[in-house]
Unconditional design. Structure first.
Length: 171
């Protein structure tokens, strides 16, 4: 698997230059969860993993998306898939969000944005007609072999989980 350093060691380190495609090795990561425990991509080897990147816990769109994944966790798990969400929020904010929304999957903290950049989920985007730099809402399905099966960039929070389920053959 590619490491975060393999992808981000470019002169600019810009995520907009990274666009993972099906078949690419998923960049490995180890990040703290809401409880401060380290979670690594490699610990999911042998299972499918849905990795979704979101801008900020407890905001309206991110809450919709997280609750949609929560509400569809059973069919995902039946398809041998787990879910993790990643944002630049600190663990204490993730813990509060997890408790408020009764989320039952790991929320990981990437305050240095290294994993966000490695997956191409950090960069320039249009927000309400203005160009800004921030989290590009993105979702990846990582296969049991550690390779990207599906990559979704610039997704909308509402209705996105249904598209992920369909592409995974889970209905």
């Amino acid at each position: 698997m590619a490491s975060v350093a393999d992808v981000t060691d470019t002169p600019s380190g810009d995520a907009d230059k990274v666009r993972l495609q099906p078949g690419d090795p998923a960049p490995d990561f180890t990040l703290p969860d809401a409880d401060g425990n380290k979670v690594s991509l490699s610990s999911y080897r042998g299972k499918r993993l849905v990795v979704y990147f979101y801008p900020a816990a407890s905001t309206p769109g991110c809450t919709v998306e997280a609750c949609d994944f929560r509400d569809n966790l059973r069919p995902l798990q039946a398809a041998n898939a787990d879910v993790v969400g990643i944002s630049p929020d600190p663990p204490d904010k993730l813990l509060k969000f997890r408790k408020q929304q009764a989320l039952t999957f790991p929320l990981l903290s990437d305050p240095q944005r290294e994993v966000l950049v490695a997956y191409g989920a950090w960069g320039e985007k249009n927000s309400y007609g203005k160009k800004t730099v921030g989290v590009i809402r993105s979702t990846f399905v990582v296969g049991p072999d550690g390779r990207i099966e599906q990559a979704f960039y610039g997704v909308r929070a509402a209705g996105h989980v249904e598209k992920v389920l369909m592409t995974m053959g889970v209905t």
